[in-house]
Structure formats: C-alpha cells, structure tokens
Design a protein around this ligand. Structure first.
Ligand SMILES: Cc1cc2nc3c(=O)[nH]c(=O)nc-3n(C[C@H](O)[C@H](O)[C@H](O)COP(=O)(O)OP(=O)(O)OC[C@H]3O[C@@H](n4cnc5c(N)ncnc54)[C@H](O)[C@@H]3O)c2cc1C
Length: 449
C-alpha cells in the first residue's frame, strides 16, 4: 500500500459521501490529510448506491438506485478505483461500442465499431450502420467529420436539436440515434440539451483513443464498486466516515468557515468540502451573505428524473449484448444484469420526464414487461418487478448550463464545493462528480501546504 506523500497536513471536513465527496476524501487521505466525512444517509454513494427491494418473503433483492453505465473516457474514475485497490479489469466489464437499438414499429439500428484507431472507428461505424439509408449515413458521416475537425464548437451555446438541424441530420438519424444518445449522455431532451456539453462528451469518447468509446458495466452493485472500498481506504489511513449524520447548518464568521452543526453538536473545521447535491447545497448556504451570488446561480438549476424498472426473469433469459436500446418504446435502454451476478434480471432505464412519471409502479412495470414480450416473444413472463424513480437524478444539462456552474473555491475562506454540478465540463455523471472531487482535493492540498 502506497504511503502518504508527506506527514499529516491540515485536517479537512467533508460533508456528503457521494462519489464526489468520497473522491475528495480518498485523494486527501492519500496526501496525508486527516479527513472526516459526514454523510446523512445510512450508506455511502449518494445518487449511485446499492438499494434493497422487498420481495414479500424474507429474502431481499439488492440492485442499484438506478442502472449506471460508464465509458472508457472516464479516466478519472478508473484512476480512483485503482487508488482504492480495486482491480478495474475484474470489477468492470469492458466492451467495444457495439449497439443494437430495437424498434417496436419499424426497423432497428445496428452500429459496430471496428478495430481501427480513433476517429476512424467512429466514421467507419457510421458508414456501415445497419438500419440507415444512404442519406442518413452521409449526414452522420458529415457530422463525424465536423466533430473531428473541431468546426462544431461555437462561442455561444445552442440546443443539441438546433445543432443537429444546422448539420442537416435526417429525421431518422435524429430519432434512432441522436435522441437516444443525448438522453443517455445528458439525461436532457434534445430541444433543451446544451450542444457544448454534448460535444464535450462526444469528443472525449470518440476523438482520442478507440478504448475511450468502450462501454463499461459494473460487475457488482454500485456500493461495492467504489463507495465501500473508498470508506475502507479512508479509515485505514486514520480518517473517519460517519454515516447517518446530517449537517443542519454551516457556521461562517468574518468570511471564513468555522465549522458545521449536526443537530446541537458543533464540529469545528478550517477546511470544509461541501460535497452535497445542488438541492442540499442550496439549503445549507441559504441566508449566508457571502454566498448570495452562488445561491442565485444554483437556484436556476433544473433537474431531470431517471426511472429504472427491474424485471426478474428465469436465469436463462439473457440479452445478446450487455446493453441494448429501444427507439420507440417507453423503455429506452435494456441492461442484462447477469454481468453483475444477477442472471435473469433485466434493468430497463427511462430517462427524463414523460407520461411514465405519472403511472403507478405496477402499471409501469407491466407496460415495460409487455414491450419486452413484443421484442423477445420467447421469453417467459417476469417473476417479479421493481421500479425505482429518482426524481432529481441529474441536473438538466440545458443550454448555457456551464455559465451557472461554480468553481470548487468559494468566496468564503476554507469553504470548497465538490459535486457533479461544479464547472467540470461534463454532464451530471459519475466522472463529473469524481473529477470535481479530485480537483477540489488538489486545490486544498496546494493551498494548505
Ligand atoms: C438513477 C440514476 C441513474 C444515473 N445514471 C448514470 C449513468 O449511467 N452514468 C453516470 O455516469 N452517471 C449517472 N447518474 C448520475 C450520477 O449518479 C451522479 O452524477 C453522481 O452520483 C453525483 O455524485 P455527487 O457526489 O456529485 O452527488 P450525490 O451523489 O448527490 O452526493 C451528495 C451526498 O451528500 C449527502 N448529503 C446531502 N445533504 C447532506 C447533509 N446536509 N449532511 C450530510 N450529507 C448530506 C447525500 O446523502 C449524498 O450522499 C445517474 C444518477 C441516477 C440517480
């Protein structure tokens, strides 16, 4: 195990044990800082955590609060997993980008990236995609070439829908390819989604190395993938993680952070990382004069839900790829959880808002099961279904969102921000959260030495 870079430096208090807070805590512990992390929930992980579903018997089924997908371009996460001693090859199933998108009413789409260096793999995949006409392919290729040449980036942001219109993308391409991709990456509808953020992820995934476009599937639940090993790592280095401790207020005096209150207990701190979601951060900074500008920016954020329907089939049921899409159904992406040691479990993800948000869980589960029965007529009926809706799963990556995103430092001395919403260029993703946490740790380490 690597020794800290130096003897113990300044203590740091971290509020929030999501992936951003844990990333900060791991990096600061590695640098020898004495870290204390306070998390309000009974388990770490925040919006990417393990959940247990009641089955009506003594047995409980564990899954995630929402199926998560990582990509090869998530370099910061991969490095962090390595830091906490996770064997990345064993913990994540890595597959080249081969996508099948089914349709309930017409032809689907098949896209396969060949073993060519980036960006040739993308251009070749677009040219040879099945289910696209020649005009669709030509339009897609034109977009791919413009991405490669860097001519799509503009000073002013616009919606992804407008960008696609400007680039003369066909209706079929938009419906069968760009819309599902935009929802998968930004969890924001095309008409609202920021072209700047969209192009950032596309560039990172497709323009550098071929492996950056790979799809990475967790082989265990999200709690076991990072939050629990991270807690262990922090505690092994003398740090403390306290679960079930909700910070009720911040104490700021003369422009400096002094500490936090947890109910009636005051916990002093000279360096404090607020690694809470936008919503929780707004509540904690409310009424603090120095943070009024930050408050007014964060108050302009909007949020998007993600719904995951888990259907438990007999163990022999499986998809031919770990993930497949559905172009025109209520369900959008199907994941085969046999790769996470749950054979027969299919997770179906529905992004953003829609009529599905008003349906009862039972009705929605039945609707999704009916769609899968049409796609895979040989499958038996599912034995059980579980639906989880995360109403504020992500912030909306809408046009000009980057102008609202704060930096890690704040006007209050010793108070720092970490979280997917800070100015890291990424949409609301695990990589965005981890990048933010890692950068915050580096800034603190630099300032307190
Ligand atoms: C259903 C769903 C599906 C998703 N799919 C993907 C995906 O496929 N790929 C991807 O990359 N990303 C995905 N995301 C987004 C990703 O999970 C988030 O971007 C990321 O987890 C955010 O981490 P964070 O640490 O910034 O915030 P959070 O996870 O929100 O962490 C904040 C933490 O602070 C704690 N907290 C709040 N208030 C207090 C308080 N007062 N005191 C103490 N603690 C407090 C919270 O309990 C929480 O643990 C998905 C999210 C959801 C919900």
């Amino acid at each position: 195990m690597a020794e800290p870079d130096s003897a113990a430096t300044k203590p740091v208090l971290i509020v929030g044990g999501g992936w951003a807070g844990l990333a900060s805590a791991v990096k600061l512990s590695k640098k020898g800082h004495a870290v204390t992390l306070l998390e309000s929930a009974r388990q770490p992980g925040g919006r990417a955590r393990r959940v247990a579903f009641e089955t009506g018997t003594d047995e409980k089924i564990t899954a995630d609060n929402g199926q998560h997908l990582l990509i090869g371009a998530y370099h910061c996460i991969l490095e962090l997993l390595d830091d906490v001693g996770i064997n990345v090859q064993q913990s994540l199933l890595r597959q080249s980008l081969n996508l099948t998108l089914h349709s309930l009413h017409s032809n689907g789409l098949k896209l396969k990236t060949p073993k060519l260096p980036a960006p040739l793999h993308l251009l070749f995949a677009l040219l040879t995609a099945r289910g696209l006409s020649m005009p669709d392919r030509t339009a897609a290729l034109r977009f791919g070439l413009a991405l490669f040449r860097g001519t799509l980036f503009t000073e002013t942001d616009m919606s992804v829908a407008k960008l696609l219109r400007q680039q003369k993308q066909t209706g079929r391409l938009v419906d069968a390819f760009w819309e599902p991709l935009c929802l998968a990456m930004l969890n924001t509808p095309l008409q609202e989604a920021s072209a700047t953020v969209f192009l950032r992820v596309l560039s990172d995934a497709f323009l550098r190395q071929r492996r950056d476009a790979d799809l990475l599937f967790p082989r265990q639940d999200l709690g076991a993938l990072f939050p629990e090993p991270a807690m262990h790592y922090i505690e092994q280095r003398g740090g403390h993680v306290h679960l079930g401790m909700r910070v009720s207020s911040l104490k700021i005096e003369n422009g400096e952070i002094c500490g936090v209150h947890v109910d009636d207990t005051f916990i002093p701190a000279q360096q404090l990382v607020l690694a809470t979601s936008v919503h929780a951060t707004l509540a904690l900074i409310q009424g603090q004069d120095e943070l009024a500008q930050l408050h007014s920016k964060l108050a302009q954020f909007h949020f998007q839900p993600v719904t995951t329907v888990y259907l438990q089939y007999p163990p022999e049921v499986q998809l031919s790829q770990p993930m497949q899409g559905l172009i025109d159904g209520c369900g959008e992406w199907l994941f085969d959880r046999r790769h996470s040691n749950q054979p027969g479990m299919i997770a179906v993800v529905i992004s953003s808002h829609g009529p599905h948000m008003d349906e009862s869980k039972d009705k929605l589960g039945n609707r999704i099961a009916t769609e899968l029965a049409r796609l895979f007529p040989r499958w038996p009926a599912p034995k059980a279904q579980f639906v989880i809706r995360e109403k504020r799963a992500t912030f909306s990556s809408c046009v000009n969102i980057n102008q609202l995103r704060p930096e890690n430092h704040t006007p209050v001395k010793g108070l720092w921000l970490a979280g997917d919403y800070t100015n890291n260029g990424y949409p609301a993703t695990l990589e965005g959260a981890v990048r933010s946490g890692v950068q915050c740790a580096a800034l603190i380490d630099n300032e307190t030495r």
